[in-house]
Ligand binder design. Structure first.
Ligand code: CAA
Length: 257
């Protein structure tokens, strides 16, 4: 697919999407988000892609929604054009998504990283929800996903002061999976993506769904859901192969069937 704001490739089971609007620090305008949604949905359908890795530039992952695009909008414009409806499609991507964050992940940038299932960041990365400084508030999950990830105290502080936190603080707060030296970010992100990409693809999808379900259901319903998905996996060739390979003491060969 041809895109103006993304660099897209596929390496060994990993679909790579690099945000690429460097002149505005990857500010997420509507066009970029539309392209991103289309690419992610295509990758979600491609059998050779098992995991999606989203990255930005060295100094910035994304500096948030495009302020120039929003500045003159009225409430009616916002309601009618509903810019965040595209974001809802990102959360429906069923394959695991990993964010590789090399610098600023602010506002929508932080929200995009948080839609991903894991976040790996360089020592230089910063995470923040600075919308309050613009007279607004987060609108693409910053009050909800952030609070679930770091708890009320930290989320309130970030949302109400707009002050970003460092990658180390984000790691300590449970927002991100790991922090790596800047020069290793690309390699470590690919390594993590490939480790996941080697697993059984259907099990990956269902496991992702089950973990996400825990955020919006009761424990009982979540456990019932998990059981059903677990049983369902016994209809796959990969379950047979995974268990057979274990018994034969060899690595499994998964086919996503
Ligand atoms: N939208 C549009 N343009 C942006 C932008 C954004 N979010 N962030 C940066 N830019 C532009 C700047 O206007 C500047 O353009 P010019 O060269 O034409 O002046 C260019 O990118 C470089 O930016 P800076 O000169 O500001 O770079 P810096 O290194 O001095 O500062 C920064 C970096 C701290 C990230 C600063 O750019 C900044 O604070 N950006 C805005 C961050 C922000 O408020 N994000 C939230 C947006 S609202 C949102 O995201 C809502 C939501 O919930 C989805």
């Amino acid at each position: 697919m041809n895109t103006r704001n993304l660099l897209v490739s596929c390496v060994k089971g990993v679909g790579r999407v690099q945000l690429h609007r460097p002149h505005v620090l990857n500010a997420l305008n509507r066009e970029l988000i539309r392209e991103l949604v289309q690419v992610l949905e295509e990758m979600d359908q491609q059998d050779e892609i098992h995991v999606i890795l989203i990255s930005g530039g060295d100094r910035f992952f994304a500096a948030g929604a495009d302020i120039d695009e929003m500045a003159d909008a009225s409430a009616v414009d916002m309601l009618v054009t509903d810019p965040f409806s595209d974001w809802d499609r990102i959360r429906r991507i069923s394959k695991p998504m990993i964010a590789s964050v090399g610098g600023y992940a602010l506002g929508g940038g932080c929200e995009l990283a948080m839609i991903c299932d894991m976040i790996i960041a360089s020592e230089k990365a910063q995470f923040g929800q600075p919308e309050i400084n613009l007279g607004v508030m987060p609108g693409a999950g910053g009050t909800q996903r952030l609070t679930r990830a770091v708890g009320k105290a930290k989320a309130m502080e970030m949302v109400l002061t707009g002050r970003p936190i460092t990658a180390r603080e984000a790691f300590q707060a449970g927002l991100i999976n790991r922090v790596v030296p800047t020069e290793l970010l690309e390699n470590e992100s690919m390594k993590l993506a490939q480790e996941v990409a080697a697993k059984a693809p259907v099990a990956l999808r269902l496991a992702k769904q089950a973990v996400l379900r825990s955020f919006d259901t009761t424990l009982k319903e979540g456990l019932d859901y998990e059981q059903k998905l677990f049983y369902l996996l016994f209809a796959t060739h990969d379950q047979e192969e995974g268990m057979k390979a274990f018994k034969e003491k060899r690595p499994p060969r998964f086919f996503g069937k």
